[in-house]
Design a protein around this ligand. Structure first.
Ligand SMILES: *Cc1c(COP(=O)(O)O)cnc(C)c1O
Length: 387
């Protein structure tokens, strides 16, 4: 294997792209068929098969997937959707753009996932749905969320942006809720550059989502992408322009075929990190819950200044100085000014998520990493923690 010279910056989340993707994209370009077409249809079928789901619909991002899923719930102004503060802003923004109010419940300090009992305490007569995020690839307690949804008559939408490989009691995450939304953004476990996918429990919901994702044009409009001659379409709703292109699916088809191989590589890296950091004054990820598969999307360290003598932000700077790219997933949403002003959110209202958000650092975990890169990351962590 080639060696990355230490003097070159190790980009966080840089994806592994192989020759098959390059060829497939070139094939799309040469054919002139760049937009939504047969490769998107194939990617949807392959993805549904991998998930052991009946059907899937591809879109141009997970943000779009979440937005469409929430719009499909027909939320009314004032309706509330309970979610986690430890997520990307897209999760909350999708709720807002679907016309509802996001409500934050705290996470469990060990799993960093939404705590079902905290969710229960947030339920009001206005609550319409729960939106758990399988954080870092660790499956949420889906028995508890399914039971809560049934008890209170709520809808369930899963943010599976980290969770392509995740399973809970043998079932893929994304198949428990009314909708499961996946991301193929460049840093995710399967990439298309930008891209997303929706699984839906009901075929009618999925059909509606496909219409909503293509301007609200009737199902026949998708046939415009075929070669059956001109067809008039009907606009049946005010939809969005969220369709995936064949150029994106061309990458995804080959990435998905390698999902298990890449997972195995990340598993090796994960084990090496666990071993290397065991005796350091940092908190490493909790072991996976029994009867689940953790998708190993983010390897996070908690850097507690009381314990290490180094602040998290100083640690981030030191890692960068060592030429190692790092991430923060995430500052709690209640730290962000927009939500504070609009919803009155305060960091102290969800103390577990706030503490994690102020201590967490994500280390490089891409299947692209070479053994020497992993060694460089480990050395850099040791240097960065040295006060
Ligand atoms: C990446 C991510 C999203 C958004 O995915 P895009 O495909 O970039 O739109 C949503 N939620 C979480 C938890 C994410 O990590």
């Amino acid at each position: 294997m080639p060696v990355r010279p230490k003097e070159r910056f190790l980009v966080f989340g840089s994806p592994r792209i192989e020759e098959a993707e390059v060829e497939e994209v070139a094939g799309s370009l040469r054919s002139g068929w760049l937009g939504t077409g047969p490769k998107v249809a194939r990617f949807e079928r392959d993805f549904a098969a991998y998930m052991q789901a009946e059907h899937a619909a591809a879109f141009n991002s997970c943000t779009a997937a979440l937005h469409l899923s929430l719009v499909a719930l027909r939320l009314q102004p004032g309706d509330e959707v309970i979610t986690t503060p430890l997520t990307f802003c897209a999760t909350a923004n999708a709720i807002i753009h679907a016309g509802a109010v996001p409500v934050l419940a705290d996470v469990d300090p060990e799993t960093m996932n939404l705590d079902p009992e905290a969710v229960r305490r947030c339920i009001t007569p206005r609550t319409k749905a729960i939106l758990p995020v399988h954080f870092a690839g660790r499956p949420c307690d889906m028995d508890a969320f399914t039971a809560l949804a049934e008890e209170y008559g709520l809808r369930l939408v899963e943010d599976c942006a980290h969770a392509i490989e995740s399973t809970y009691k043998g079932r893929h995450c994304g198949t428990f809720g009314d909708f499961g939304c996946f991301s193929f953004y460049v840093t995710k476990n399967v990439v298309t550059g930008e891209g997303g996918m929706v699984l839906a429990r009901n075929k009618e919901d999925l059909d509606r989502i496909k219409i909503l994702g293509l301007h609200g044009m009737s199902a026949d409009a998708w046939k415009r992408f075929g070669d059956e001659g001109y067809k008039h379409y009907q606009v049946v709703e005010a939809g969005f322009k969220y369709n995936m292109m064949d150029i994106q699916a061309a990458i995804g088809i080959h990435q998905l075929a390698r999902v298990d191989r890449y997972y195995e590589r990340r598993k090796e890296i994960w084990a090496r990190y666990n071993e290397a950091f065991a005796d350091l004054p940092v908190t490493t990820p909790a072991p996976a819950q029994t009867d689940t598969k953790h998708a190993l999307h983010l390897y996070t360290l908690l850097v507690d200044q009381q314990r290490t003598g180094v602040s998290r932000d100083a640690f981030l700077q030191r890692m960068t100085a060592e030429n190692i790219g790092v991430g923060v997933h995430y500052l709690a949403l209640s730290e962000q000014p927009y939500y504070q002003q609009r919803f009155g959110w305060r960091p102290e209202d969800t103390p577990n998520a706030t503490r994690i958000g102020r201590q967490t650092v994500s280390l490089p975990l891409s299947a692209k990493l070479m053994d020497t890169d992993v060694q460089d990351v480990i050395e850099a962590v040791k240097i960065a923690l040295h006060s």
